[in-house]
Write a protein that binds this ligand. Structure first.
Ligand code: BG6
Length: 494
């Protein structure tokens, strides 16, 4: 159960706060899930009154909230929002924050519980952790808790991630550290474990004997959307693969955990990352394709090339697309390729996981003259969240014709209610002390170690693999198709 608490958001003027965090907290309040005693305190540098911040937030929440905005609910909710002006490195600002939190505890019954949410540039992390510790704000009072949620990017490689973890560990215990990966909060990502372990028919097939390969796709039609300075240093591999896509892959590939406790689940996930075959030497050129979007057209609208985007280096070598052929070197997945692709400015937006089973034996119906497609289980992460299974069926009539059909489950129609946004679930979990859907230190560092090797090869002075251009509005560079066609396979059409 979420407990009464004060939520302090560092980075109150940031885009994430306006677009995601406050709308998520508002929807929790609207659904009656926010604890009765809970306040939100925005911490930022810019001078602003509580009232000004509330007015700004009202406008953006009305635009970004999944349920719109009700005047009545907002009136009650906004009374719990406060603004705190301070530089991130100003000790006096933290002392004043501590006093404010004590006063709010006394006035509203938040019991000394504190949730710090760091939604700032990673360069600010160290200063904030040091100041929190210096002001004693990291120490929970007797009978209360203090937790910290840290946004990605969580470092830029394994060394910086390790340094950041060490810096956090000086102020907070691991059990109070919540590294957010919003993909884990998506309804369908949570459903992967349920699908696998609450049904008895799938798990016997979930291995190298029956699965031919797995495809994980995350496609966006959007470009860098003004995030040039960050993205141009990161690229698709660091921005999406190291975090979101590796996390999804872990949920698909992991062994059944011994319980549903956060650590039992994360123990199994980290084993998958450790078992990922490292792509070294020729492997990087052979098993990975990196691309960058050129100009093109999306939905009938002409869009610019990545290199001409605002605040992007016109000679940038940063990848906005990456496709990988990966292997989990363990007993269950021996010889099963996991193909992953992620990119911006692609033909269509969406994220899904497709489990392609082996073909039916080549006798009776599946013949060389009329080969049948293999069965495919598709987990749609977004949009139109759901699961579908492709089966072969006889077309009604007096002749024998076989065609694939889909058994399809849509969240929207089956449950008749909207799925909560990922941030709603994750904030609630942090308020409840449940870290299951957050990344643990060892998972994050291991995923970086996997990515480091690739980044090093890409930036090697001799023979770095090429950066392949692709037209905006396409499905990425042709080399990504060749990655699969070499194996006699093709990407699923989304
Ligand atoms: C973020 C990345 O973590 O995830 C962005 O930094 C990306 O580059 C975003 O656009 C995608 O999230 P979603 O929920 O829109 O798929």
């Amino acid at each position: 159960m979420p407990q009464p608490c004060n939520v302090v958001i560092f980075g109150a003027s940031g885009d994430l706060t306006f677009r995601k965090l406050i709308p998520a907290l508002y929807n929790l309040a609207a659904d009656g899930d926010l604890p009765g005693a809970a306040n939100i305190i925005g911490f930022a540098r810019r001078e602003k009154s509580d009232e000004t911040w509330r007015t700004e937030l009202k406008e953006t929440t009305a635009k970004c909230s999944r349920s719109g905005l009700s005047e009545e609910i907002w009136a009650g909710f906004s009374k719990r929002i406060y603004y705190h002006v301070s530089e991130f490195g100003d000790a006096a600002g933290y002392k004043a924050l501590a006093e404010k939190l004590d006063a709010l505890d006394a006035a509203s019954g938040t019991r000394g519980n504190r949730l710090f949410y760091l939604s700032v540039s990673p360069t600010e992390y160290e200063g904030i952790f040091n100041q929190l510790a210096a002001a004693g704000l990291n120490d929970a009072k007797i009978g209360a808790w203090t937790r910290v949620i840290v946004e990605k990017p969580f470092g830029t490689d394994s060394a910086t991630a390790k340094a950041l973890n060490e810096c956090i560990a000086k102020a907070f215990q691991e059990r109070d550290t919540y590294r957010i990966d919003h993909y884990l909060g998506k309804e369908t990502a949570q459903n992967i474990m349920v699908l696998r372990f609450a049904n008895s028919i799938l798990e016997p097939l979930w291995n190298h004997r029956y699965v031919d390969h797995v495809q994980i796709t995350s496609a966006e039609t959007l470009g860098v959307e003004g995030r040039g300075p960050y993205y141009d240093k990161a690229g698709a591999l660091r921005d999406m693969v190291q975090s979101h896509l590796v996390q999804l892959m872990c949920l698909v590939a992991m062994e059944p955990p011994s319980s549903l406790s956060a650590d039992a689940i994360r123990d199994e996930k980290v084993k998958v990352v450790r078992a990922l075959r490292r792509l070294e030497g020729d492997g990087v050129g052979r098993d990975i394709v990196r691309g960058q979007y050129d100009e093109g057209s999306i939905g009938g609208k002409q869009v610019p090339a990545y290199r001409t985007e605002e605040r992007v280096n016109p000679k940038s070598e940063t990848e906005t697309f990456v496709a990988l052929r990966m292997h989990v070197d363990n007993w269950r997945w021996h010889g099963v390729p996991f193909y992953m692709r992620v990119g911006k400015r692609l033909a269509k937006g969406g994220a899904e996981i497709a489990i392609q089973f082996k073909e039916a034996p080549g006798v009776l119906f599946n013949t060389a003259e009329a080969p049948l497609g293999a069965n495919q289980l598709v987990i749609r992460i977004q949009p139109d969240e759901g699961v579908s299974l492709r089966l072969q069926c006889k077309v009604p009539g007096s002749t024998l014709r076989i065609e694939p059909v889909k058994m399809d489950f849509h969240y929207g129609t089956s449950f008749g209610k909207q799925s909560p946004e990922a941030y709603e679930r994750l904030i609630l979990d942090a308020m409840s002390g449940d870290a299951t859907l957050f990344a643990r230190r060892d998972e994050v560092e291991e995923a970086w170690r996997y990515v480091d090797v690739i980044e090093n090869a890409w930036h090697a002075s001799e023979n770095p693999p090429p950066l392949c251009p692709y037209a905006s509005g396409s499905w990425g560079p042709k080399e990504a198709d060749e990655l699969l066609s070499r194996d006699g396979r093709e990407w699923r059409r989304m």
